[in-house]
Design a protein around this ligand. Structure first.
Ligand code: CA
Length: 226
């Protein structure tokens, strides 16, 4: 087993004790250092103190809920956040609002599944960036800075929105199916939950503007027009 400092620390925010304990035991056995909190207020404090590599965040919390906690964490940087959701309505909230979560798992989940998600978000967030800037329809997309600019103004994208946009630029002109996008951007099978793709495309369009050429190919998927 590798030592905990190597894998880094996880902030786990979950008010259901049995779930929190299960996740903690499992992740610690895998070599992560786990800091556990049960309220949103404590989570925000612990976040500042611990500087975790990844945050696991329950949506339904007493007091400040997980959605709000995620937004506040996002104000301070781009640490990967995985939401733990209980109901379909919560998933819609996580996907539909611009809260900037990287991923979510639905309860009940297995610790193993959660670990796979953690590894995937860490892999994506810590890939060594190469200096590369692409110009599309007047937007400059900077891979190294993970930043998009339009008329010198930065368009704030979540980490996942950026990955999705970059993937589209890499395949400019090609029609991509939702499954292809899911696979490439999320890195594993989502069991057909391709509405995640739709939700992120929607956000991209909103942020990049109507004239940005992402086209819907009805019944197939999406295309960044050449
Ligand atoms: Ca809860």
């Amino acid at each position: 087993m590798s030592n905990p400092t190597e894998k880094g620390s996880v902030l786990l925010v979950e008010d259901e004790e049995n779930i929190a304990d299960l996740v903690q035991v499992y992740l610690e056995r895998e070599g992560y250092k786990v800091t556990k909190t049960a309220t949103g207020e404590d989570a925000i404090e612990a976040y500042a103190a611990v500087r975790p590599r990844v945050v696991l965040l329950d949506v339904g919390l007493p007091g400040i809920d997980g959605i709000e906690v995620c937004k506040r964490i996002r104000e301070h940087g781009s640490v990967p956040v995985i939401m733990l959701t209980a109901r379909d309505s919560e998933i819609d909230k996580v996907l539909g609002l611009e809260i900037g979560a990287d991923d979510y798992v639905t309860k009940p989940f297995s610790p193993r599944e959660l670990l796979a998600r953690i590894k995937a978000v860490l892999r994506r967030s810590e890939t060594v960036p190469t200096i590369e800037v692409r110009e599309i329809a007047g937007r400059s997309i900077d891979r190294g800075r993970r930043e998009v600019r339009h008329d010198e103004e930065v368009i704030a994208l979540t980490p996942k929105e950026f990955d999705l946009l970059w993937y589209l630029t890499e395949n400019k002109g090609l029609v991509l199916t939702r499954d292809q996008i899911m696979d490439a951007v999320w890195g594993y099978e989502y069991y057909g939950e391709t509405r995640t793709v739709d939700a992120h495309i929607r956000q991209l369009r909103k942020k990049l503007g109507d004239d940005f050429p992402i086209r819907t190919k009805w019944g197939i998927g999406y295309q960044l027009e050449p």
